[in-house]
Write a protein that binds this ligand. Structure first.
Ligand code: PXP
Length: 271
């Protein structure tokens, strides 16, 4: 079965905030609305809506998360920093929709968060904060109705082992380094990227990390900087079950519409 596609809609909110940043406090959110974007993405075949509520609220707002939880018809994956405040927001969002028979977000992906970064830059250091993360994972999994908890990490055995110890259900591997090599080499496997590795080297690292993840009983996901040119080889990795993609899909949507952009990505993943 092809990997499921999680469409990251933060980038739609980034466009909105460029114009409406100062108006949310007056109850004005403006366009484009990430909640409507989620609906379009679903119509294009998105299997999951991925949403990152950042601590500085630079793109998605609490209002967006609440509406997404109420209205999305596919699974909701909330990306968030591993903090008590974010755990509390997850609990509150769950509470808002439980009476509708919903358990949203169904999945929570813990990501590192730096205030200066433009987007998530590196994987979470699970090994370095094992006891703190174990408590957070336990709390999230213990939410009423349960939740799948995923760790966004680099391809590093130490991090995979630590994720298993901390109780994560899934590991999402950071495909940024692979995508960077792909961009620099133009997809030519004989060339090396700036880190001295070829595309094949990166794919082997992803494959091995995925293998170890599955051997430890966790699900194998991947994401970050995947696009229409580079997604194919990652989508074909053995045992991969989810891909989380945002920037390239939202960018293409400016030309062909979000529904079509999602459908095009789905077709590439399924090929
Ligand atoms: N997965 C995670 C954990 C992310 O933080 C991001 C970026 O928000 C993505 C996937 C999607 O990355 P991109 O927007 O580069 O496709």
């Amino acid at each position: 079965m092809p990997a499921l596609l999680g469409v990251n809609i933060d980038h739609v909110a980034t466009i909105r905030q460029a114009r409406y940043r100062d108006q949310a406090e007056h109850g004005v959110f403006g366009e484009p609305d990430p909640v409507l974007a989620a609906h379009e993405a679903e119509l294009g075949g998105a299997d999951i809506i991925t949403a990152h509520l950042r601590e500085d609220r630079r793109h998605l707002q609490d209002r967006d998360l609440e509406l997404l939880a109420r209205t999305s018809r596919v699974r909701l994956n909330l990306e968030m920093a591993a903090t008590d405040a974010m755990v509390e927001i997850t609990r509150r969002t769950r509470g808002q929709v439980l009476n509708l028979g919903l358990r949203r977000p169904e999945m929570i992906t813990l990501v590192p968060e730096g205030r200066q970064e433009v987007t998530t830059e590196g994987g979470l250091d699970v090994a370095g904060q094992l006891s703190r993360l174990s408590v957070i994972v336990r709390t999230l999994k213990g939410l009423e109705g349960g939740a799948v908890v995923s760790a966004f990490i680099d391809c590093d055995d130490r991090q995979v082992e630590a994720a298993a110890k901390a109780g994560f259900d899934a590991c999402e591997f950071h495909t940024g380094p692979y995508a960077a090599a792909f961009a620099v080499t133009g997809g030519d496997d004989r060339l090396k990227g700036r880190d001295g590795r070829s595309i094949a080297d990166h794919l082997a690292m992803l494959r091995d990390a995925g293998h170890r993840t599955r051997a430890l009983g966790m699900r194998f996901h991947a994401g970050h900087a995947l696009n229409y040119a580079n997604v194919g080889p990652v989508a074909r990795l053995a045992g991969i079950t989810e891909l989380h993609i945002g920037h390239s899909i939202v960018s293409r949507a400016a030309y062909v519409g979000l529904r079509q952009a999602v459908a095009d990505m789905k077709a590439l993943i399924g090929r």
